[in-house]
Design a protein around this ligand. Structure first.
Ligand SMILES: NC(=O)c1ccc[n+]([C@@H]2O[C@H](COP(=O)([O-])OP(=O)(O)OC[C@H]3O[C@@H](n4cnc5c(N)ncnc54)[C@H](O)[C@@H]3O)[C@@H](O)[C@H]2O)c1
Length: 354
């Protein structure tokens, strides 16, 4: 691949920055960092898997405007011309996206297309939050950006994996045809405060189960590996990528590889739980190994993860300890309401914070 340079976005960005998926886990942390850096932020979300509470700290901030909208629907009139767009809108947990595969696919394809058009119209730099899932169940370890992947185009995860692959292809189609400045961040498992209990991600599942004294559910034999990147490290990398002039895909993740069994042991130790493990069949197309090659991020962005797993887990446990049970109830209520949000062609600028 030939790296194509395009102008760095954020340092010269005096126009608003649009963040989609802003009420989600990663998006809300990103909005906070952008506000800290002095940007004006348009935070857009349809609340299908995110929650308004995640943006609570910014609710009264004069430089944050919230727009409630589904990106798969025509974008609202009157969005200010943005200098940079971070497209994070998409359910990330398998439990969520597998329940709404059509909406997931449309979010990554039609939604991304709408935002790319917006970027083209306003001359914004466009960053797509992609995923390690573009590598599917990889046959090459660790995964380097040059690997094309081993994804099942018709399996239960395909709405997410292929949607994200299509979104990447769309980004580069816009770069080739329209000269758009694009950034593609391939995120590997990210964890931290604001992970929602019960959404099926392994870190929050284990913590919530351990705190409740329930058995920890391990899928397969638990020897499959994952790498876990703390959310502040992930957000720092997203900002560094937008700040850079690098327009090829970049892996963002922690290269330390852990088996799911090791993670279960760490969570039990850090929560002081003696919960037993229960084993369930491995879901279809669940990747066996997952580990990023972060050589590009190291050399181009001068980035590497800094938060050790035990430190990040302790912060996540603290967060979930306070919220586990009430949030679990809200999550189920929200998720059942989500199809209304996804289908409802409403725009509600619920909050102009100034
Ligand atoms: N967290 C991870 O480990 C991880 C790993 C790989 C990739 N990613 C990507 O990063 C992004 C953020 O992930 P996350 O973990 O914060 O997930 P999340 O589910 O917490 O956040 C996604 C946000 O997008 C919103 N959203 C979903 N569909 C939308 C639509 N059509 N229109 C508007 N808003 C919509 C949701 O309400 C939610 O607030 C996603 O694009 C995800 O695919 C995350």
């Amino acid at each position: 691949m030939t790296p194509a340079a395009s102008p760095a976005a954020l340092p010269r960005c005096d126009r608003p920055v649009l963040v989609t998926g802003a009420a989600g886990f990663v998006g809300s942390h990103l909005c906070e960092r952008l506000i800290e850096r002095g940007h004006t932020v348009i935070a857009l979300d349809d609340f299908s898997t995110g929650h308004a509470d995640h943006l609570k700290a910014l609710r009264r901030h004069t430089r944050l405007q919230f727009v409630r909208h589904d990106i798969a629907q025509p974008l609202p009139e009157g969005l200010p011309a943005c200098g940079a767009i971070f497209n994070l809108a998409c359910p990330a947990s398998p439990a969520h996206y597998q329940r709404h595969p059509v909406a997931t696919m449309l979010t990554s394809t039609v939604g991304t297309w709408r935002l790319l058009e917006l970027a083209r119209g306003s001359g914004a730099v466009f960053l797509q939050a992609s995923t390690s899932e573009v590598y599917g169940d990889p046959q090459v370890h660790p995964q380097h950006e040059s690997y094309w992947g081993h994804a099942n185009p018709i399996g239960p995860r395909s709405c997410y994996d292929e949607g994200k692959r299509a979104a990447e292809a769309l980004c580069y189609a816009y770069q080739r045809e329209h000269g758009l400045s694009v950034r593609v961040a391939r995120l590997f498992n990210c964890y931290g405060p604001r992970l929602r209990p019960g959404d099926g991600r392994v870190v929050s599942n284990f913590i919530v189960q351990a705190l409740a004294g329930r058995p920890l559910t391990v899928y397969g034999d638990g020897r499959q590996t994952r790498s876990f990147c703390y959310v502040s490290d992930t957000v720092r990398a997203l900002l560094a990528l937008m700040d850079s002039d690098w327009s090829q895909p970049v892996n963002i993740g922690n290269p330390a590889e852990h088996t799911v069994l090791e993670l279960a042991d760490r969570v039990r130790a850090l929560t002081g739980s003696d919960s037993p493990l229960v084993f369930r069949p491995l879901p279809a197309d669940d990747p066996v190994r997952r580990r990023p090659d972060i050589g590009t991020a190291r050399s181009v962005l001068h980035w590497r993860p800094e938060v050790a797993l035990d430190e990040g887990l302790a912060l996540t446990i603290e967060y979930l300890r306070e919220r586990a049970e009430p949030t679990l109830a809200v999550l189920h209520a929200d998720w059942h309401a989500a199809p209304e949000l996804v289908r409802g062609r409403t725009l509600q600028a619920v909050n102009r914070q100034d």
